[in-house]
Structures are given as C-alpha cells and as structure tokens.
Design a binder for this molecule. Structure first.
Ligand code: TPP
Ligand code: MG
Length: 330
C-alpha cells in the first residue's frame, strides 16, 4: 500500500502505536514471569497492524468491543498502558479497580466497551451500540474485533443478521490468525476466507493484509464512511498471525514447521520500519526516539502498577451491576 498520501506525522504515529502494543505485550509477559502479574495473558504479538490500522480510522466517540486477546485494541483506541498494567497486576488503580484483569478492561470515555472472555461475546454488544447510534441519529460507528474462531459462534450470526437487516453502522473486524486455540482453521470451518459469510447477511466482506497497517487503515476508513452514510455494515477480514501461544505457557505443538518463520518474515512492525527508512520518510534517529519514548512509557507503567495497592476487600461490592465505579456506570 502506497505511503505517499500520508503525512510523516501520521506514519510515525502508526509506527509508535504498533511498537507500543508489541512492547506492552512483551513487558506484560515478562512481568508475569517475574510475579507482578497473576493470571492468564493472551498476547497479540504479531497482530499489531490490525488493532492499530482499524482504530486509527475511528474517532474517539466511536466504540469498539474487544476479545480475550484485547490489549492491542485497547492501546490503539487510546487506552493508558499504566492503567492496563495495573489491572493486569490486580491493583486498585487498574481499569477495573484490579478486579477484572486482562479479560475485562474497559474505558467508556475512550469508547472501549470492554475486552471479553466469551468468544464472540462482544459482537452483539457492538451491534447493540450501533443500533443505539442509529436510533439517536448520531454519526457514530461501532467496530467489533473478533477472531476466526468467533465466526463459528451463533452470537456472530444472529448479530450479523440484524445488523445487515437494519443497516446498522457497524464494522465486523475479524483478525484471522489461522487458529482458534490449537485448532487450525481448516479443522474448524469449511471455508478459508471467513469474510465470505458477510454475503449471507447482505453486506460486503473484504479481505485485507492484516500485517499491513496502511492497508488495514484504508479498508477500515472505507467501512467507516459506508457506516456513517447509513449504508450499513462491512465485514473486514485481516489475515494475520500470532507469534506467541494461545496463552502464555501454551507449548504450541500444533504449528507446522516453517509457518512461524514465513510469517515472521512479514512482520508488521519490522516491515513498516523498513519502509519508513527505505522511502526516506523517517531517519533512524527518529525511529529510535519513538522506541525510546515507548520504553520510558512502559517503565513508568510497570512502576505505577508495582507501587499501587491491591483492592480492598470492601471494594468487592463496588463496580458491580447497577453500581458506579470511577464515574462509570456498570
Ligand atoms: C463461548 C466460548 N467458547 C469457548 C471459549 C474458550 N476459548 C477461549 S479463546 C478460544 C479460541 C478463540 O479463537 P479465535 O476466535 O480465533 O481468537 P484467537 O484466540 O485466535 O485470537 C476459545 C475456544 C470461550 N472463552 N468462550
Ligand atoms: Mg484465531
């Protein structure tokens, strides 16, 4: 995808966001090993371009729903690494007061309606948000991230049907990383290009190189324009790959040999950095400055998390349904 239509500032921002996502994940993995972070982590290392490309095409008051592999989506929509790190570390300063962990991080002010431990669980939620926007005649859109495994869930089909019927302002964004846990795609679905399913619900399905941040951005921009114009949903299938296990600790015995190496050769960050340099859009010193800026941000995030207190026992009753917490209604 050509970079000529973009300002240097925007291209460096794509790079910054992708590095932030990857380095956040690597820090979190490291801090889990070191004992700061209890519980599971499903990292999105390798999938940075889908999160960043898609969220960069949204406005702050547009909303997203995320998944169990959601850290990248949150960061790309503006989530603060320090509140995320504190949540992972089960500290009271985290996004859910330290009681939700990786699978429940939410920031309504940023349009982040939540990560979700239920596969396909976020899809009907975003369709509901899109219905609200349509009923209120607001020019806002909802974007739901989900995996290739989620398109085999009833929740996806029911939500897609209504969204197509009512021409709701929603983008179904599938990060097709070829696996649902350890099950390869050809053992879980009879089709390879899952975006074909959009045709059954009367809206377009497009395939995009999920490792090309600019291609993802452009596909999402087109879908956003369509949604804001009242023309209804789009299904975007970003073909991508996760480098780590399904969860940290997964032995990954299901990968055929050579597959990882082939995808690593198309790394979304290294490839983009190479283009910025080769097309003389940015100098090495500017790239290094961005990387250092992110390291400092993450140093601060880890310190913030480590220095924060655990939630108090009394806080177990705060932030539950019908109550408020940090000004957010749950
Ligand atoms: C309804 C439901 N079924 C099963 C699970 C267990 N589970 C968690 S992640 C996952 C795989 C999801 O695969 P995919 O949608 O492709 O996302 P990916 O992990 O590849 O990002 C499964 C089966 C769950 N959390 N929720
Ligand atoms: Mg998958």
């Amino acid at each position: 995808m050509s970079l000529t239509n973009y300002s240097k500032e925007q291209l460096l921002d794509f790079y910054r966001q992708m590095v932030k996502v990857r380095e956040f994940e690597l820090r979190a993995i490291n801090e889990r090993r070191g004992g700061l972070i209890p519980g599971f982590i499903h990292s999105c290392v390798g999938q940075e371009a889908t999160a960043v490309g898609a969220c960069s095409a949204l406005k702050q008051d547009d909303v997203i729903t995320s998944t169990h592999r959601g850290h990248g989506h949150l960061i790309a929509k503006g989530g603060e690494p320090k509140f995320m790190m504190a949540e992972l570390a089960a500290r009271s300063t985290g996004y859910c007061g330290g009681k939700g962990g990786s699978l429940h991080m939410t920031d309504f002010d940023l349009g982040i309606l939540g990560a979700n431990g239920i596969v396909a669980g976020g899809i009907p939620m975003s369709v509901g948000a899109a219905l609200a926007f349509q009923m209120r005649r607001e020019a806002r859109v909802a974007l739901s991230f989900f995996g290739d495994g989620a398109v085999n869930e009833g929740a996806f089909h029911e939500a897609a049907n209504l969204a197509g019927l009512w021409k709701l302002p929603i983008i179904f964004f599938c990060e097709n990383n070829l696996y649902g846990e350890g099950t390869p795609q050809d053992k879980q679905a009879p089709i390879k290009d899952v975006s074909l399913r959009a045709a059954g619900y009367g809206f377009p399905g497009v395939i995009v190189d999920g490792n090309d941040v600019v291609a993802v951005y452009e596909a999402t921009q087109t879908a956003v324009r369509r949604a804001r114009a009242g023309e209804g949903p789009t299904f975007i299938e970003g073909k991508t790959y996760r480098y780590r296990g399904h969860y940290e600790g997964d032995p990954m015995i299901y990968r055929p040999s050579g597959e990882m190496e082939a995808w690593r050769a198309r790394d979304p960050i290294a490839g983009f950095r190479q283009r910025l340099l080769a097309e003389t859009i940015a100098a090495q010193v500017e790239i290094t400055a961005v990387e250092q800026e992110i390291q400092t941000l993450l140093d601060d995030a880890v310190t913030f998390a480590a220095d924060s207190p655990a939630p108090t026992p009394e806080s177990a009753l705060v932030g539950v349904y019908g109550d408020t917490h940090n000004g957010q209604v749950f």
